[in-house]
Design a protein around this ligand. Structure first.
Ligand SMILES: *[C@@H]1O[C@H](CO)[C@@H](O)[C@H](O)[C@H]1NC(C)=O
Ligand SMILES: *[C@@H]1O[C@H](CO)[C@@H](O)[C@H](O)[C@H]1NC(C)=O
Ligand SMILES: *[C@@H]1O[C@H](CO)[C@@H](O)[C@H](O)[C@H]1NC(C)=O
Ligand SMILES: *[C@@H]1O[C@H](CO)[C@@H](O)[C@H](O)[C@H]1NC(C)=O
Ligand SMILES: *[C@@H]1O[C@H](CO)[C@@H](O)[C@H](O)[C@H]1NC(C)=O
Ligand SMILES: *[C@@H]1O[C@H](CO)[C@@H](O)[C@H](O)[C@H]1NC(C)=O
Ligand SMILES: *[C@@H]1O[C@H](CO)[C@@H](O)[C@H](O)[C@H]1NC(C)=O
Length: 772
């Protein structure tokens, strides 16, 4: 789903960069205090920044070069809540002028980010009428803001039947635009806005036959994620009868506010920032972002900078980890104040069985709805067409060779559903879609427009061998509908992995949630494959990606927020992390589809584990983190004063001479432990400190249990934490002694855990050790 987006994007960037070389959108961070001091009247930042732009224009027109006429600089957005500054369309020269304005901190060129693109409440052990989903808990208002491709407001998932009036704290609006009016919002979908000034700076005006220039969703992704986070409980939802059951958001009585900042070619950072900024001032409680870019230092990561502002306003921010796994160090959205969500399989699958005439049988996966194929001739590569036929790319298949047959296609180059369309156009009767080594044994189900099954790389190899061994290869495909009872969770190969390159001192991702084959709401005007030739209309569709796992956690955060209104974003995050589970439904460690040698998945795939909402609502202890703690942490990364002011808004620009936090993140009160040993020396000692807050039983005594990573001695002082009150904080120290660098990595598991136990409470933190 996502892969084509980034490819197209590269093409567009290459062709439009010539036209826009002299002008580009930039995000300008300003020191609020200085700007306010130099301009009057204070307070109206739009006027202030417009004056700054006017003065730049005044100056540059005086300087104007005869043969190079530059158009005036243009103010796109003013940011007031999440960051302070603005976005503007500027030439290089205008940018240079702007840099001389008092209060200028930094400028970041706008860039496009990509979306991270389907039974899940039951899998999460949430039951209607019980525990967290009981009526008294659901009465309290929580607003989830979803920054995505917009929303289909008429969908049954967003009806407001029986809901109380819009909460009085809500300050958002329902913006009008193409096929979107104020009457499209209701007591469920309480706000909707669209942001495209950054996008249109690069692409020109949005083509309204391709997307709505309004909050209305043409791509489906935003409708899907919003309904996963907070859609109504809809019974008898399915895709062609597949995955039938109740579809509903994790917190189905939450209100939804849709912020559309993603368009057919991606999401402009300037637009995303504007969306975050507005969402915070509108009054959302939770923000869900199923998108991202590559990992980079926090000061140059705009989502990290803007989310820091959101967190300070008490907004919980949940982000997708990315779909760049299984290679290590691919995780994005890694700032410690973000909840970074990985993706796993649930116990549900959609088996589509491929049978060869030689008797071999393979279980694949498909959302095709229809009868089994007959036994048909099987063709591939040269026996199916010309160059590129192995990937079933446009124009590669010969109708003469393919008609009435099953075509084997390799993944890569074009989208999975598009390959099916090409086979169908060449009059093929079916498709076997096989993974390359890159995708390994991953089985993502798609709603193909012809009988088709997806198979792993090893099955692919066996079938190609069979085709080589016989003159007339024959195969058939049988569809088995929906199956349950698989081992789960299993980590998806595509889910991005740690360690984090931007901040190796925290384990990322933080948690995992269902992200493969997720059923959720879909715009009826958008076909399930998004192919033009696909004329099917569906109300629910099945998608995969960390884009799908992130809104599960956003919805759970909303659930916790409604039960614990006084908890900070860090406290909610801690509760979800320390209660996450790490054994599957067969009591074994999680398997990893991305591991070629069938090793168990590690915390660099799933973080603290799979979220467990019922336990998270009563975690016993939490690790809270204040704004000052985060700033001290950034100081420990040796940030310069201008980098610091991006986060502190000018209040905290110089780090203390004597650092409050030791370098390496050991003192940040994070609910997990990343331990990085540098060099080859033996017996390297690192000491970490943590502070736990009692939110369980007033008088309680917690004892520590440690599972040591191999080659590391772990000592905890004290070994008992005795609490006498609720809200009481107690600190402890953990010493990690790295005995020696492991010689072979495979025989040494550098992972362990530290768990505080008291009666029904187990407060668990993973330990991940790296040697650098
Ligand atoms: C721009 O220049 C004009 C004339 O030179 C002047 O009257 C005006 O105040 C200037 N505006 C700003 C914002 O500097
Ligand atoms: C808009 O998109 C449609 C459909 O892809 C295309 O036919 C049309 O030429 C586009 N219009 C512009 C102005 O690019
Ligand atoms: C459930 O939906 C299917 C079609 O998707 C329909 O045929 C069936 O009657 C529905 N059942 C109920 C109980 O609504
Ligand atoms: C099938 O045969 C082709 C050449 O005819 C060869 O290149 C390929 O490696 C063979 N594949 C397998 C899996 O045996
Ligand atoms: C920051 O600077 C100190 C002193 O120069 C150094 O010891 C430490 O390793 C640096 N930290 C980082 C994260 O670069
Ligand atoms: C900065 O200081 C002002 C005034 O003391 C305060 O209102 C504001 O919340 C502070 N901002 C941050 C980011 O700490
Ligand atoms: C490292 O520590 C271990 C355990 O305390 C000890 O047995 C060993 O002698 C030490 N090695 C060195 C080189 O100090």
């Amino acid at each position: 789903m996502i892969f084509w987006t980034s490819l197209l994007l590269l093409v567009v960037m290459a062709t439009t960069s010539v036209a826009s070389i002299d002008k580009q959108a930039y995000i300008i961070h300003m020191d609020k205090n200085k700007v306010a001091a130099n301009h009057s009247p204070a307070g109206n930042y739009r006027e202030l920044y417009q004056a700054v732009i006017d003065s730049v224009n005044n100056f540059s027109s005086q300087e104007e070069d005869q043969d190079q006429e530059t158009s005036p600089a243009q103010l796109l957005y003013v940011y007031e809540t999440a960051i302070s500054g603005f976005a503007a369309k500027l030439s290089i020269k205008q940018l240079e002028l702007l840099k001389q304005v008092d209060g200028f901190l930094s400028a970041t060129p706008d860039e496009f980010l990509t979306l991270h693109t389907t039974h899940s409440p039951q899998f999460l052990r949430l039951e209607n009428g019980k525990g967290l989903w009981s009526a008294s808990n659901l009465a309290k208002d929580v607003i989830v803001g979803v920054i995505d491709t917009g929303i289909w407001p008429e969908h049954i998932s967003f009806l407001d039947t029986g809901m109380s009036s819009v909460p009085s704290k809500w300050k958002g609006v329902c913006e009008e635009g193409t096929k979107f009016s104020q009457s499209n919002c209701n007591k469920k979908l309480i706000g909707a806005r669209a942001f495209f000034k950054g996008y249109e700076t690069v692409t020109g005006r949005i083509n309204e036959t391709v997307d709505y220039r309004s909050p209305r969703d043409a791509q489906g992704h935003g409708t899907h994620t919003a309904s996963t986070a907070a859609g109504n409980l809809v019974s008898n939802a399915s895709l062609f009868g597949l995955a039938k059951g109740s579809a509903g958001g994790m917190r189905y009585t939450s209100r939804i506010a849709a912020y559309k900042a993603c368009w057919p070619l991606g999401c402009s950072s300037a637009d995303i920032l504007a969306a975050i900024d507005k969402a915070v001032s509108d009054g959302v409680d939770v923000l869900s972002l199923s998108l991202g870019g590559s990992s980079r230092p926090y000061y140059s990561d705009l989502i990290a900078v803007a989310s820091f502002g959101a967190i300070q306003n008490g907004v919980f921010v949940s982000c997708s980890a990315g779909n760049s796994g299984p290679s290590s160090s691919t995780v994005s959205n890694t700032a410690p104040w973000l909840m970074t969500v990985a993706a796993n399989y649930m116990d549900r699958s959609f088996p589509a069985i491929v049978k060869l005439r030689n008797g071999k049988v393979f279980e694949g996966s498909s959302l095709y709805y229809g009868k089994a194929t007959k036994q048909l001739p099987l063709v591939y590569a040269k026996t199916a067409g010309s160059r590129g036929a192995e990937y079933c790319i446009d124009g590669s298949l010969s109708q003469k060779l393919v008609k009435g047959k099953i075509v084997l296609c390799q993944r890569g180059i074009n989208s999975r559903a598009r390959k099916g369309e090409i086979v169908k156009l060449a009059k093929g009767a079916g498709m076997i879609l096989v993974n390359t080594e890159n995708e390994g044994e991953e089985l993502i189900a798609d709603p193909h427009i012809l009988p088709a099954s997806a198979l792993g790389a090893s099955a692919g190899k066996t079938i190609i061998k069979y085709m080589n061994s016989t003159k007339k290869p024959i195969a058939s495909i049988v569809f088995k509908g929906t199956a349950f009872g698989n081992p789960a969770p299993v980590m998806a190969a595509f889910s991005s992995r740690g360690p984090s390159t931007a901040g190796p001192d925290v384990i990322k991702p933080d948690v995992t949630a269902p992200g493969v084959n997720i059923l959720a709401a879909w715009p009826p005007m958008t076909s399930p494959t998004r192919l033009k030739s696909d004329k099917r209309s569906v109300l629910f569709n099945i998608l995969s990606g960390t884009s799908m796992s992130c809104p599960h956690v956003s919805g759970l955060a909303a659930l916790l927020k409604s039960v614990h209104q006084d908890w900070s974003p860090a406290a909610i995050k801690s509760a979800l992390m320390t209660t996450a589970y790490t054994l599957d439904n067969k009591k074994a460690p999680f398997a990893d589809i991305g591991s070629s040698n069938s090793l168990w998945a590690t915390p660099f795939a799933f973080g603290s584990g799979h979220v467990d909402p019922e336990s998270a609502s009563d975690p016993g202890l939490i690790y809270d983190i204040t704004t000052a703690d985060y700033l001290n942490y950034l100081c420990s990364l040796n940030y310069t004063s201008s980098q610091m002011s991006l986060f502190s808004g000018g209040n905290f620009t110089t780090c203390p001479k004597k650092p409050t936090f030791q370098p390496g993140g050991g003192d940040l009160n994070y609910p997990s432990f990343a331990v990085n040993f540098k060099g080859n020396a033996q017996n390297i000692t690192l000491e970490y400190q943590r502070t736990a807050t009692n939110v369980g039983t007033p008088t309680s005594s917690y004892a520590v249990q440690v599972q040591q990573p191999s080659g590391v001695l772990v000592t905890v002082k004290p070994k008992i934490l005795s609490f006498e009150n609720l809200g009481q904080k107690l600190s402890y120290k953990v010493t990690f002694v790295g005995l020696r660098r492991p010689t072979t990595t495979s025989s040494n598991s550098p992972f362990g855990s530290l768990t505080w136990v008291c009666g029904k409470y187990t407060v668990k933190s993973p330990i991940a050790v790296t040697w650098q």
